[in-house]
Design a protein around this ligand. Structure first.
Ligand code: FMN
Length: 388
């Protein structure tokens, strides 16, 4: 991995921290852009109360000087504003108390398996870290990766595809700029008014039943150079890396590339994208993009499309039956403050994860210690491709 990141911090602890290593020197860093991505992660229809408390103030503690990366690890901290209400529960020292202990594990969460694995009867020890609050730190790291990619001409955005039983709303490649231009406070990242109405109704129906609902989101990456990833090893395949990265987002239970799911119902002649040599710039391209921009584990120059499928969240205001860890008596599962569906946020986190993978692969292919060196390497590769 040429671009690595590591996060630390609990949901109601003092802060989240992240270290990003591998960014070349001389990358102009726009901290307002990082803050904006964090704002986008808090948004969307279907969120719970926590996001009204947090404003995710992000601070750089190392690796940036006079607005540019130094080539050293970049370290960032995001304070949890809600920590002020949890100081005794999340104290770093002192004796454990019973305050806000969780002994009734929530079905679908990390609570029970985590308590058994780490040997604790207070599942708060687990849920504080398994909480998707950690994805704020990933979003900040991904924002730096996104800025690196933007310097190479690559743009990334996301779309809300479905909520509940809705069949899904796919945004065509040509509408990428409209998707980018969606306001940060849009209820869903969707361009179709009819779909937005159905998605809103899906959230409301679940919320009014004290339930949650699943959905899907898509990440789109434009102008990704041909040849990121490789066919030669399982762990160098770009689709495999993107699959792992997006699957690692809490509550994502399936990932597809392009028409990956639909293709399994088709015959080959109706699925594969014919190859042309055309366009003003006379290059190899495809009139369709059912492959989602990746063939043989390598980017092929078309728009990369990755879909993440979110299960319905596990914390239910009307809880499912569970069993107390200590008494072994039947109980209702614990209830924490919860979202009905964080579908927009999942898309923003997905953008971050895709950006981190693509930035890492760009560094592998065009890598250098400075942005100037990366730029030279990319330019010479592009010149070779033009002559191909
Ligand atoms: C942005 C985001 C917000 C989430 N918010 C919640 C939430 O409010 N309540 C909840 O039960 N799960 C929430 N989750 C999902 C849980 O963190 C996740 O289901 C849990 O950690 C168990 O992991 P798993 O579902 O990947 O197996 C959220 C996920 C994401 C991506």
């Amino acid at each position: 991995m040429l671009l690595r990141f590591l996060t630390a911090g609990e949901s109601h602890g003092p802060a989240l921290t992240v270290i990003v290593e591998g960014l070349p020197a001389g990358l102009a860093i726009d901290m307002a852009g990082v803050q904006q991505d964090l704002l986008r992660r808090r948004g969307g229809y279907g969120r719970g109360g926590r996001m009204k408390i947090e404003s995710d103030p992000v601070e750089v503690l190392g690796g940036v000087r006079f607005g540019k990366t130094l080539g050293s690890p970049v370290s960032m901290v995001i304070r949890n504003l809600d920590h002020a209400n949890w100081t005794s529960v999340m104290a770093v020292d002192g004796e454990p108390t019973e305050e806000r202990q969780v002994t009734s594990p929530r079905p679908g969460h990390a609570d029970l398996a985590g308590a058994q694995k780490y040997g604790t009867y207070d599942a708060r020890d687990i849920l504080e870290r398994s909480s998707a609050r950690e994805t704020a730190a990933r979003t900040a790291a991904g924002s730096l990766a996104r800025q690196f990619l933007a310097a190479l001409g690559v743009r990334i955005t996301s779309a809300t595809v479905s909520v509940g039983e809705d069949l899904g709303c796919i945004v065509p490649d040509e509408r990428f700029d409209d998707l980018l231009a969606l306001p940060d406070d849009a209820p869903f990242r969707c361009l179709d008014g009819g779909c937005v109405e159905r998605m809103t109704a899906g959230v409301e129906q679940a919320r009014s039943n004290g339930d949650s609902v699943g959905g899907s989101f898509q990440i789109l990456a434009r102008s990704v150079p041909v040849g990121l990833g490789s066919h030669v090893h399982w762990d160098r395949k770009l689709d495999g890396m993107l699959g792992q990265a997006v699957m690692s987002i809490p509550a994502v239970k399936a990932v597809s590339i392009g028409d990956g799911v639909e293709g399994s119902f088709r015959q080959g002649s109706r699925h594969h994208d014919p190859i042309d040599y055309s366009g003003e710039d006379r290059r190899f391209q495809r009139p369709t993009n059912r492959a989602g921009g990746i063939e043989g584990g390598m980017s092929n120059g078309e728009m990369i499309r990755v879909t993440g499928y979110l299960k319905p969240l596990s914390t239910l205001p009307k809880p499912l039956p569970s069993t107390d860890l200590v008494s072994k008596e039947r109980s209702g599962a614990a209830v924490e403050r919860t979202d009905t569906i964080p579908i927009v946020a999942a898309g923003v986190v997905g953008e971050a994860m895709v950006a981190l993978v693509l930035a890492g692969e760009c560094l592998r292919k065009f890598g250098g210690d400075s942005m100037a060196e990366v730029g030279r390497n990319l330019a010479s590769y592009q010149a070779a491709l033009k002559a191909f």
